[in-house]
Design a protein around this ligand. Structure first.
Ligand SMILES: Cc1cc2nc3c(=O)[nH]c(=O)nc-3n(C[C@H](O)[C@H](O)[C@H](O)COP(=O)(O)OP(=O)(O)OC[C@H]3O[C@@H](n4cnc5c(N)ncnc54)[C@H](O)[C@@H]3O)c2cc1C
Length: 425
């Protein structure tokens, strides 16, 4: 008898789960994703700053699994989850039944009820988000290049909220972009955070390194200040400052995707679904939640962080436990192989703390660690490794690389570098 597994979400977690199940003769997997493609979030800021094309970070799920008859992919939005059945209902009203559900719907931005933020700030969680940021950046740069006085109105003031990896990487890349293409016009990139520390999850030395590297790129830091309002043409800070700007990028926090609330399952910190060490939900042995949508307890930690390697490993582990059930073996508690944490502050400036002992690295060695971890995540999506490493090395090592041609309004597309083999089937 075959077991039907329904996986919701084609991110790191869902893809890793479906990949592992693909080799099982007695499992039929349905992988549902509202976009029909896997998006590689770690490189979204490169799309937002016109370094990569959207196609470079999008991987078609049907092509990814076309060699596996046992995995069926479907582009569909899941609007409700019935953990008892178990089944999911799609936006077109149809129901997909399974014997096992794997919820892997990822995260969404958390604006923490900041006035105007949901409407005017641009988050960076999807390829669509990244394309919106890029379009706005290029529009503003082009307008100010044609009419420099627009800078007085904030056209060249870019504000990034959140001094975690997403905000730091985005601020660093934006500063490099404006430095490359706007040599004679003053542009300002500001990084705002309620906390006082840049890259708080990292060591003290890394905080200092990140601050130095950002300042070297001209990024202005506004730390220890909450954002009180975001509007179409300004941002207001709790210290009473108002900054004229037409671009606010939100890297200020995340919470579980709406899928978590739609499941009716117990939600903990960040609205994420609380799971047991074997990744199932208490009282629902046939329902797993993995990746950013879940709080995965680990040792003394209440939950593992929202990272690509956690998601990919948890998705794979859920599949192993599904297989263990079929084979009559016991399920096992999730064991995470900690790859560490890393961030790319800009060209020739990376920081990494590798492995569970957090071996600290900066500069070229940190970049090598970043390359290794991201190459392994990309490999799961079927990306062309040589294209990726060539692009990444060039990106990291070239001192100055984009030209003022980007300011030409007819030059809308960044040429794809071809990271995705799946693009051509
Ligand atoms: C800008 C950014 C940079 C990052 N950089 C790094 C990094 O450098 N290294 C690192 O390790 N981690 C990084 N992360 C974190 C990492 O990307 C996430 O932890 C990881 O993507 C989580 O994987 P996931 O499979 O849980 O969710 P996701 O990758 O978010 O995938 C969820 C999928 O579910 C689909 N979905 C959601 N709801 C529904 C629904 N109702 N119906 C159908 N489909 C649905 C979505 O379309 C999406 O494809 C970054 C995150 C961001 C946002």
């Amino acid at each position: 008898m075959t077991t039907r597994v329904v996986v919701v979400g084609g991110g790191f977690a869902g893809v890793a789960c479906a990949n592992r199940l693909a080799g099982e003769p007695l499992v039929r997997t349905t992988l549902l994703d509202r976009n029909g493609y896997h998006q590689f979030q770690p490189l979204l800021y490169q799309v937002a700053t016109a370094e990569l094309a959207a196609e470079d970070v999008k991987f078609d799920l049907a092509k990814m699994f076309h060699r596996h008859d046992s995995v069926r992919t479907r582009t569909a939005d899941v609007v409700s989850v019935d953990p008892e059945a178990p089944s999911v209902t799609l936006a077109d009203g149809t129901t997909v039944d399974g014997d096992v559900l794997v919820l892997a719907g990822g995260a969404q931005p958390n604006f923490f009820h900041t006035s105007g933020a949901a409407r005017y700030a641009l988050p960076l969680y999807s390829v669509d988000d990244a394309e919106r940021v890029r379009a706005r950046v290029l529009e503003l740069l082009r307008a100010a290049a044609a009419k420099p006085e627009l800078a007085e109105d904030g056209a060249l003031t870019f504000v990034v909220v959140g001094a975690g990896p997403t905000g730091v990487e985005t601020a660093g890349a934006l500063a490099e972009l404006v430095r490359d293409v706007m040599e004679h016009v003053r542009a300002k990139v500001m990084l705002v955070d309620l906390g006082h520390i840049v890259l708080p999850a990292f060591s003290e030395k890394a905080h200092e390194y990140a601050v130095t590297q950002l300042k070297r790129r001209g990024v202005e830091l506004r730390l220890g200040t909450a954002v009180s309002e975001v509007a179409a043409d300004h941002i207001a800070l709790a210290d009473g400052t108002t900054i004229r700007t037409h671009l606010v990028v939100w890297g200020g926090g995340e919470m579980a995707a709406p899928l978590a609330a739609r499941s009716g399952l117990p939600q903990g910190a960040g609205g994420r679904i609380d799971v047991r060490p074997d990744l199932t939900v208490t009282g629902h042995p046939a329902v797993y939640a993995v990746g950013d949508v879940a709080n995965i307890p680990y040792g003394d930690e209440p939950a593992l962080p929202q990272l690509g390697s956690v998601a990919a490993q948890a998705g794979d582990w859920a599949a192993r436990n599904i297989i263990a059930d079929l084979e009559g073996d016991g399920r096992e508690s999730f064991h995470y192989r900690d790859k560490g944490i890393m961030a790319m502050i800009g060209r020739k400036a990376a920081v990494a703390e590798v492995g569970e002992h957090r071996h600290e690295m900066r500069g070229r060695f940190a970049f090598a660690a970043w390359l290794g971890v991201h190459a392994s995540l990309l490999a799961n999506a079927g990306a062309e490794m040589k294209a990726f490493t060539t692009w990444a090395e060039e990106f990291y090592l070239r001192p100055h690389h984009r030209s003022a041609e980007l300011l030409d309004p007819t030059n809308d597309q960044v040429p794809p570098v071809g990271l995705a083999t799946t693009r051509d089937g």
